[in-house]
Design a protein around this ligand. Sequence first.
Ligand code: AOF
Ligand code: ZN
Length: 355
Amino acid sequence: MEGLQGKDDEKKDDGFYIRRCVELAKKAIGCTSPNPMVGCVIVKDGVIVGEGFHPKAGQPHAEVFALRDAGELAENATAYVSLEPCNHFGRTPPCSEALIKAKVNRVVVGMVDPNPIVASRGVAKLRDAGIDVTVGVEEEMCKKLNEAWIHQMQTGNPFVTLRYSLTIDGGLSDDVGEESMEAGGYYSRLLQQHDAVIISSKSLAKHPLPESKEPKSNQPLYIIIAKDPSPVIPIPKHTHEESASKVIILTDQETVVGSEQGIETLVLDQMKLTTILESLKGRGLCSVLLDLRGGFGDFDEILKGVEGNLLQKLVVEVLPVWSESKEANTTLEAIKISRRAGLKNFEPRKDGKSV
Ligand code: AOF
Ligand code: ZN
């Protein structure tokens, strides 16, 4: 095919361009759910002539932005995409057709789309049109980028991450590192990356959630566990109305009904994690953070019922302080929970920074 000579030489750089796609995709961290993060790069004669990423569900896909950016230079160019181009009419038209129309002659795909309405049909469509397609470049990195979305697509359940803080001597702590809590800090980013955060009303009373200047679309849904008959529930404050959080109060007592300010209350028979996740079905949640930030007692029942594959990941923040209590039982409890849940995905953090 015309323009394909010299492309063998280009193949040695496939990994580099897919890594660039992942970098671009990450510009929309916390903004794309229930859609995945996707990045796209158009390369012609060894030069990047177009770049794009998917900013938000309902808006055009990464390929559309990159093709727009490349304009006529897309003809006989190579398109790199971190996720297989779609082949369906969803909120937006198929990207496979846009790539064919733009006359690219090679497409490199990071990973196949696990969405059953796409599932390799995008790749097949491109190949049928005579385009040279390479699949599975930097596949692990592309899968990691959308681990929550992929899990939700494949199982129908959200990707649940358990988080807690430990002191240097191994005690369970209800604090979060100061830097970590600041805008752009590790804890703040963790909140931004999740569709929902399950937290105890007791921990909120002690440590209110960080104030946010982010628009509403970047805010997680706060699911507040209220087990007291009349708990004080401090709702996060925000600088302007637009960033007001979405809040659900989860309780096992009819008496706790705080439906002011449009806050939803769900009364459950039992506070097991399975029951909670079941009650949240249909809300398009891909990722849920189970945040053990104080109010540990409230989590006893939730975590007691945890079996095998209900938790996918564990994030532990190690604080540079000693524990106040001499009893390390709580730590053992945390380790037991993590073991029982079979958590392998362990990410230790020290005061908000990677170690
Ligand atoms: C791509 N490029 O940038 C994204 C893709 O409702 P829609 O039209 O936005 O379609 C959503 C589905 O499309 C989503 O579940 C996933 O399978 C795919 N996302 N595909 O080619 C993109 N975001
Ligand atoms: Zn698409």
